[in-house]
Ligand binder design. Sequence first.
Ligand code: NAP
Ligand code: GCO
Length: 252
Amino acid sequence: MITAPDFSLSGKKALITGSSQGIGLALATAMAKSGAAVVLNGRDESKLAKAADKLKTQGLEVAVAPFDVTDEAAVQRAKCALGEIDILVNNAGIQRRGALEALSLADWNTVLSTNLTSAFLVSRAFVPGMIKRRSGKIINICSLMSDLARPTTGNYAAAKGGLRMLTRAMCGEWAQHNIQVNGIGPGYFETELTAPLVADPKFDSWIRGRTPAGRWGQLQDLTGAAVFMASSAADFLNGQVLMIDGGLTAVV
Ligand code: NAP
Ligand code: GCO
């Protein structure tokens, strides 16, 4: 018998990396409002505490796990401290813009390690529990730059392109254990990461013209897809990346 889809996350524990602000905090808030007990993550403990307070004042179940997602030992310590989780959102990410020919190896490495390797490190830490329980959801926060490049973001595009393929690779290895791994590819959203672009009238005008919806993305625009992918309604969705970009990648 066909029933209404179940988007509830009640009884689930969700870890969202890089969730002291921006997209991560928005997704954590929406998941908490959908019933999940959420764990916020970031390196700056005071920022993390302020973010947790915002959720607590809304009566939401929240904990914090301050660790650097690029630090293998710190990720392992976090796994020991947190125990099992049901939903993992690999969201932590940074930008270090610059022309490729002038880009430092440090700026290359830090973007690849934060935006790509960290998804491997954190998923590797928590997936054994999901395998044992034959249940789990992993959501990788990709980008429209998983498919499209823009000058001065070569390191970032390489990382996000890799994250699309890592999403498929994780599906290939873990779907057999009833673990669903999918990605969300935001377009251009107003956050701290894009603040310099939002503040640039030329870029702002260009992105509004280049985006069929004619606007920057707002954080609420991402929450429906994230809660869906984290819920039992998406139990047969696997290895896919959903672009939420106002149509930007669909139209030249
Ligand atoms: P943001 O506002 O700069 O937030 C980044 C978050 O990640 C912060 O909470 C930051 O906290 C955390 N973080 C950074 N490095 C970390 C590390 N090594 N370990 C743990 N946490 C770390 O960025 P955002 O715009 O929300 O972006 C979130 C994700 O969405 C990123 O993966 C980004 O690539 C992706 N994305 C963004 C857009 C957009 O237009 N904004 C579009 C497509 C994709 P701490 O600095 O305190 O650690
Ligand atoms: C840039 C932006 C993009 C966005 C986002 C687009 O410099 O063009 O930082 O990389 O962050 O990933 O989806």
